[in-house]
Write a protein that binds this ligand. Structure first.
Ligand SMILES: Nc1ncnc2c1ncn2[C@@H]1O[C@H](COP(=O)(O)OP(=O)(O)OP(=O)(O)O)[C@@H](O)[C@H]1O
Ligand SMILES: [Mg+2]
Length: 244
């Protein structure tokens, strides 16, 4: 029997994921500034809210409500009306408050999830927990608490993770890659003196998935996945060269 999948609504991505995420999984979306992490997260929540009857929650440590509404509007999304209809919930908080709330029954986050039957959560961003930890071991414990706190029945969560533009295939201090079920990388790549965007599904526990590195673009409406980068090597290192 094939398990039900949680569709992202991102054209081309569900095919890469062989139908979508596994329900209840914790997914890491990792990328440099401006690669489209927040856009992808919003697209996932909006698709759930409007097409799948799955209310969503965005937890942001990052943006002020006004700038998030504005960025979403530039992609064609009216977050305020989805909020009014209680199909989308936005929570602007700090990593400290969020972490304390995750493990406290009857906290604001716990109540939100139960009362509004939240099925999709986006955390923007997981990188903000780094400053709460003194060493990699403590960071790993925090990541595990966050992931386990979100791993409730039926909730699929995206953790957005920042990486510096210069970082290569990667230092992952707190072992976040081991804590999550699925990892998607968003990358800038240089191809013939132009910057293009690349997406790859790096791992997906419990499922097969597309191994190709594909191009994607961001337009009004969100991300759209395109073709594979044919005949190029070194894409994950950021600067590609023609395979000979
Ligand atoms: N209406 C639009 N049309 C085309 N591209 C857009 C539009 N709105 C945003 N973008 C693109 O999306 C990018 C920003 O995406 P987003 O904010 O989701 O990235 P991010 O990975 O969350 O960045 P950060 O790490 O800074 O939070 C912009 O740099 C721009 O290239
Ligand atoms: Mg962002």
């Amino acid at each position: 029997m094939t398990k039900r999948r949680v569709r992202t609504g991102v054209p081309g991505l569900d095919e890469m994921l062989h139908g979508g995420f596994l329900p209840g999984s914790v997914v890491l979306i990792r990328g440099a500034p401006g690669t489209g992490k927040t856009s992808l997260g919003l697209q996932f929540l909006i698709h759930g809210a409007t097409e799948e009857h799955e209310p969503g929650l965005l937890i942001s440590f990052e943006e002020f409500p006004r700038s998030l509404y504005r960025d979403a509007a530039s992609l064609g999304w009216d977050l305020e009306s989805l909020e009014r209809e209680q199909r989308l919930h936005l929570m602007f908080t700090s990593p400290e408050v969020f972490l304390a709330g995750l493990e406290t029954p009857e906290s604001i986050i716990d109540r939100l999830i139960r009362e509004h039957d939240i099925r999709r959560v986006v955390l923007d961003s997981i990188t903000h927990f780094n400053r709460l930890a003194h060493d990699p071991h403590e960071l790993r414990q925090i990541y595990t608490r966050v992931a386990n706190g979100l791993r409730r029945e039926g909730i699929t969560s995206l953790l957005l993770g920042e990486e510096a533009r210069s970082e290569a295939v990667r230092a992952d201090k707190g072992g976040l890659a081991f804590v999550v079920e699925t990892i998607i990388l968003l990358r800038y790549v240089e191809v013939e003196s132009a910057i293009r965007r690349a997406i790859v599904v790096l791992k997906m526990r419990g499922s097969d998935h597309d191994k190709a590195i594909r191009q994607y673009e961001i337009h009004k409406g969100g991300l759209v996945i395109g073709d594979v980068f044919e005949g190029r090597q070194g894409l994950l290192r950021g600067i590609s060269y023609r395979a000979t």
